[in-house]
Design a protein around this ligand. Structure first.
Ligand SMILES: Nc1ncnc2c1ncn2[C@@H]1O[C@H](COP(=O)(O)OP(=O)(O)OP(=O)(O)O)[C@@H](O)[C@H]1O
Ligand SMILES: [Mg+2]
Ligand SMILES: [Mg+2]
Length: 549
């Protein structure tokens, strides 16, 4: 078919003018209920209050991951995110008569690679089906997907959470991946509220998606958020999906129900298209709480699709899928089965190895996955598992940490706390990413060197860090010089300060003399207070020991 993309764009532009689909506003308001904390602990507390048979949450996710490929799943149109509307549309994407799908090999390889990384069985033969529904952004009136036999099945995703009292214990969990299916993305509906019309952009129509369907193995928002974050890291490591949620490359539908343990699963609602890990956790916990309250009031949960409103923190019913959907699934007649081969030896004669998808070749090219990377970091640097967890989970933090190490002689175990506590703590406070840090790795390294070499005490180092953050650009030495924060090691000066502290705290001195050596730390703290944290701690300890002996 030889229609140029310009002609198609014009055609679609005219179509847009004519399409004025009024979508009913999903604004059915529900009673505001308390927004629960996003931690599973809140559920445990809930359970404990009215044990023994308390309702618990059950969560199963469907994740749509846009395949990182230059072209779409069944057409040669380029894939792009910020192009003007309807300029990345081939005749096939617009469903013009006479066009046929041609499967993109790269998309199949990406799905196989993702399946292998998630411990799935790869189906050597998978099939495409048509799933019918009628949306203005789906020009064919059906989506090509894989219902009967998807490309990958029976996998497992292992993810971790930080738990325990201090949230520093790494807790491992797994969720079963039921299947990974290849399918087409739809176009986008752009609602123009002012003119009460909806315009269609088909740039996204036909982009390759992997839909990952998880079993309902999770129980709260925090678990789901951790699983999705791990999946995001895996996909990014594989390069099969950029997995940027805010750009819609990774979209999550959360299926949520509540039940009493040991009893059959409850009726699920499906919260659609959540585009941030934080919102995912909040939407799920809200939904668990809402359903719990409905059942406790004697009501029933409706099997419906809902949307998450990030402003109110609530989920609201969507009217678009009301009633039972009949997708009228049928085999896709225009595509043969997808065949993949285990290895080159199993290729039938006459099949070119370059044209075939060979599982073994893809397996051999699997990169280091995040879980392996965490273990390696723990081994290499002698850091704790929770540090490995934080390093890998924050974008760019491993690189930052390693750059600091390169520029300092300080031991990795001493550097890690600065990076995972001081730096990450500050970044989180201000909702910033590692790349936005006002303190560069070399600037932090300089500060740590000054501490290591005894120029400043550790408490001053923390002060200087805060100052460097505020006055971005100033080096640690500049700040130390300007504010006269260098270590005080003058013995006479320290003797005088220690004497003052000892004289004004007779009870503490008495306690130390009676063997309670811990009290010495209190006196040391007082000396540091006097000197604004600048006193040489080794010298101060020696002087105080002498004066209290
Ligand atoms: N009782 C339940 N509570 C919570 N989650 C559930 C429950 N039953 C099933 N699920 C989850 O619902 C999801 C069902 O996804 P699936 O793609 O099979 O069907 P669907 O949601 O009906 O179809 P569609 O792809 O059109 O949304 C799975 O992630 C599964 O784990
Ligand atoms: Mg699904
Ligand atoms: Mg679903």
């Amino acid at each position: 078919m030889a229609a140029s993309s310009v002609a198609v764009s014009e055609l679609l532009h005219n179509m847009n003018k004519q399409i004025s689909v009024l979508y009913p506003k999903a604004a059915c308001v529900i009673r505001r209920i308390s927004t629960p904390s996003s931690r599973c602990d809140s559920q445990l507390q809930l359970r404990a209050k009215s044990a023994p048979q308390q309702l618990v949450g059950v969560v199963g996710l469907e994740v749509h991951a846009q395949i990182n490929s230059k072209t779409k799943l069944f057409s040669g149109s380029p894939v792009g995110f910020s192009a003007p509307p309807n300029c990345l549309v081939s005749p096939f994407d617009a469903s013009l008569p006479g066009t046929l799908p041609v499967l993109n090999k790269r998309c199949v390889e990406a799905a196989v690679m993702t399946g292998l990384a998630l411990n799935c069985t790869i189906n050597k033969k998978s099939l495409f089906d048509r799933k019918h529904y009628f949306y203005a952004d789906l020009p064919a009136g059906y989506q090509i997907t894989q219902l009967r036999r998807p490309i990958a099945v029976d996998g497992m995703l292992t993810y971790s959470l930080l738990g325990g009292k201090k949230r520093s214990q790494v807790i491992r969990k797994t969720v079963t991946i039921k299947q990974i299916q290849l399918e087409q993305d739809s176009g986008k509906s752009l609602h123009d509220d002012l003119r009460s019309q909806t315009l269609i952009d088909l740039n996204r129509a036909g982009v390759g998606l992997m839909e990952l369907v998880m079993e309902p193995d999770m129980s709260c928002g925090e678990e789901a958020a951790a699983a999705v974050r791990e999946l995001q890291l895996i996909l990014q490591a594989l390069g099969t999906c950029h997995a940027n949620m805010s750009e819609g490359q990774l979209r999550v539908d959360a299926n949520v129900s509540v039940h009493k343990p040991g009893e059959p699963l409850g009726i699920r609602t499906e919260v659609k298209n959540i585009n941030s890990v934080r919102y995912l956790a909040r939407a799920i916990d809200y939904e668990i709480q809402r359903q719990t309250e409905v059942l406790q009031r004697g009501g029933t949960v409706q099997n419906e699709t809902r949307a998450y409103d990030s402003k109110s923190g609530e989920t609201i019913p969507m009217r678009d899928k009301e009633g039972l959907q009949d997708y009228r699934f049928m085999p896709e007649p225009n595509l043969p089965p997808v065949i993949v081969y285990e290895d080159n030896a199993s290729l039938p004669t006459g099949i070119d190895a370059c044209q075939a998808v060979v599982v073994q070749k893809i397996r051999a090219g699997l990169p280091e996955l995040p879980s392996v990377k965490r273990d390696r970091l723990v081994q290499t640097y002698g850091i704790l598992p929770e540090h490995g967890f934080t390093l890998v989970n924050e974008d760019g933090l491993v690189e930052y940490f390693e750059a600091v190490l390169k520029a300092t002689k300080k031991e990795p175990r001493k550097v890690i706390g600065w990076v995972t506590n001081e730096l990450v703590g500050r970044l989180k406070q201000q909702d910033m990413s590692v790349s936005q840090s006002p303190i560069s790795p070399s600037a932090l390294a300089e500060l740590l060197e000054l501490q290591e070499s005894g120029h400043i005490s550790s408490s001053v180092a923390k002060q200087v860090f805060q100052e460097m953050w505020r006055s971005s650009g100033k080096t640690a030495s500049q700040i130390i010089q300007e504010q006269d924060l260098g270590l005080v090691s003058d013995a006479t000066q320290l003797h005088n300060i220690c004497q003052k502290v000892v004289d004004s705290h007779p009870d503490e001195v008495h306690a130390i003399r009676n063997g309670n050596k811990k009290v010495l730390n209190k006196l040391m703290g007082l000396v540091q207070k006097e000197t604004k944290g600048r006193a040489d701690p080794v010298l101060v300890r020696a002087i105080l020991q002498e004066k209290t002996s």
